[in-house]
Design a binder for this molecule. Structure first.
Ligand SMILES: Cc1cc2nc3c(=O)[nH]c(=O)nc-3n(C[C@H](O)[C@H](O)[C@H](O)COP(=O)(O)OP(=O)(O)OC[C@H]3O[C@@H](n4cnc5c(N)ncnc54)[C@H](O)[C@@H]3O)c2cc1C
Length: 512
């Protein structure tokens, strides 16, 4: 199914069933699934590349990931003994030296015993035992069966076998904060700090999602910034795009510019059935015209606390004589106190360890960033073209260089290409309010993550501002849940039949 081309003038106006605003992991998952359900879908992405926080970009023959590189939930839960190499970090603690942290069974326990001692291990085992029923329940109940309306009773019924029903008692734990479980079982200070560290080439994932969308007739419009949601008769009826000339000149359009054919006309994409926003909770509010949403909902959304942002170093380096046993993932901890303090925890990856094609022959790529602990306030209002901004970037990148020197001592001399990113870069290229990692929603505070439905008729939401939260697997699940919620229950059931293993098989896998 190939959608018809646009008019000769390049005007992007057309009518479709659903418009998805943003091509982050959540938006692409939602759009690809809606297209598979048989709807006409158009994704409008502001940037010239798809993927949002998970996009990849190329400079000077090097390929870089803009964000995530560590995907928990893809190979199985931590402790499953899976050989997924993405589950292995080398940790550089403040006391010096380094140790491998392999997020799998006995190796993980060895690390805890050696670094934290017998009491830390005892408490870890207690926590692990408390988590077991949660892991089983999560394995039995896939995100593809979830939807945001009462139809969930039917789509979930298939998984309500005796094993799931026997787990009735863990339901509050599944929806409650993991921190509550940690609080109950772990008092050992080192173990608490160590558990705080646990968190989760993205290009292949994004490419696969775009292929899935397009194979089912869906459309991805890049360099297509949505200026506002079109409201008609009190419901979201489409989107108004920023004019292409304006987009080319605007500071927030990404490095790409406006895709040619510049027209000053107002371009509108009408959505017969609805609009799904993959923009963050704050950015979605900015797209809604005055009076479109109930003021109380709007006020609450705008008041959502934002987590801190990032400083990044993307480097192309000379790989001559690099340690052949160099690992990919490294995590430097400057202090076990105040684990979330600015520039305390620093994450680095050398993706060419797994895939040398990401750099020219004889070279390597390095991505290093502070772990969502850079305060936006330090950067607010700076002019990105000013010498002060450039100097400040260099200053704030120094702890990143020092972190890299822990495992590549001569990294500065090896560097041939250097890109320093700031919260302003993140704000601009991922279109994130304050360049934030995401909403600081604390389930412990009783807030809870919003589902896909909004009080604005015709408007749904997905992405890491929604349930189940931040991270690639979570954002993907939110996109699936949003798409499922828009499809009739019977289509959802048929889709589950196609996509999911038989319930007995799922239970057997979860038991293993
Ligand atoms: C540096 C970094 C490292 C990370 N590391 C990990 C990790 O190791 N493991 C992990 O699991 N997760 C990690 N994450 C988190 C994970 O990447 C995100 O939670 C996830 O990718 C967010 O997806 P999303 O669907 O919410 O969309 P987003 O990535 O937020 O994408 C939203 C898209 O919408 C577009 N958009 C917004 N407004 C408009 C508009 N008006 N018009 C058109 N388009 C618009 C944006 O341009 C963007 O492309 C990391 C994030 C960052 C930033």
């Amino acid at each position: 199914m190939t959608p018809p081309p646009f008019s000769d003038t390049g005007d992007r106006s057309h009518e479709t069933d659903y418009v998805v605003i943003g091509s982050g992991i959540g938006g692409l998952c939602c759009a690809a699934l809606l297209a598979k359900y048989g709807y006409r879908v158009t994704v409008c992405e502001s940037h010239y590349l798809p993927g949002g926080a998970a996009h990849s970009f190329q400079v000077g023959g090097y390929s870089f990931d803009a964000g995530p590189s560590f995907f928990l939930g893809i190979g199985g839960p931590p402790g499953d003994g899976s050989p997924n190499p993405l589950k292995q970090w080398i940790v550089y603690p403040p006391e010096g030296g380094c140790f491998p942290n392999i997020a799998a069974g006995s190796a993980y326990e060895d690390t805890i015993l050696r670094r934290g001692g017998p009491e830390a291990l005892r408490q870890w085992r207690q926590l692990d035992a408390a988590m077991k029923p949660l892991q089983t329940a999560a394995g039995l109940f896939p995100a593809a069966a979830l939807r945001g309306d009462p139809g969930v009773v039917l789509t979930a019924a298939r998984f309500m076998g005796p094993e799931m029903l026997a787990m009735g008692g863990v339901a509050p734990l599944l929806t409650g904060p993991f921190s509550a479980l940690v609080d109950r079982h772990v008092t050992h200070p080192w173990l608490r700090a160590f558990l705080d560290l646990e968190m989760g080439g993205s290009a292949a994932i994004i490419d696969a999602l775009v292929r899935g969308l397009q194979r089912n007739g869906g459309r991805l419009l890049l360099r297509s910034h949505v200026e506002s949601v079109l409201m008609e008769g009190g419901r979201a009826a489409g989107v108004v795009l920023r004019g292409q000339q304006q987009q080319a000149g605007s500071s927030g359009s990404g490095a790409g510019g406006g895709g040619g054919g510049g027209s000053g006309r107002r371009e509108v994409i009408r959505a017969r059935l609805g609009v799904v926003s993959n923009a963050s909770v704050w950015d979605t509010q900015r797209l809604l015209p005055e009076g479109a949403a109930p003021p109380e909902w709007r006020r609450k959304a705008e008041a959502t606390p934002a987590l801190d942002s990032f400083v990044h170093l993307h480097l192309g380096i000379d790989a001559t004589g690099l340690d052949p046993d160099l690992e990919c993932h490294h995590l430097v901890v400057n202090s076990w106190q105040g684990i979330t303090d600015p520039q305390n925890v620093i994450i680095a990856s050398v993706p060419t360890v797994f895939d040398p094609s990401l750099a020219p022959p004889g070279k390597a790529t390095v991505h290093c960033y502070c772990a969502a602990n850079e305060p936006y306030e330090l950067w607010a209002g700076m002019d990105r073209r000013s010498p002060e901004y450039r100097a400040f970037k260099e200053e704030r990148a120094q702890p990143l260089w020092r972190a890299l020197e822990r495992f590549i001592p001569d990294i500065r001399e090896r560097t041939e290409l250097k890109l320093v990113g700031s919260p302003l870069t993140h704000e601009r290229f991922v279109r994130r309010h304050r360049g934030s990692y995401g909403p600081g929603i604390s389930a412990a505070g009783g807030q809870g993550w919003p589902g896909p439905r909004t009080p604005v008729p015709g408007l749904s939401v997905c992405g890491d501002s929604c349930m189940p939260g931040i991270g690639v697997p979570a954002a993907a699940a939110s996109g699936m849940i949003a798409a499922n919620s828009l499809a009739p229950v019977w289509s959802h059931l048929a889709m589950m039949g196609e996509l999911l293993p038989a319930p007995g098989a799922a239970a057997a896998t979860a038991r293993r």
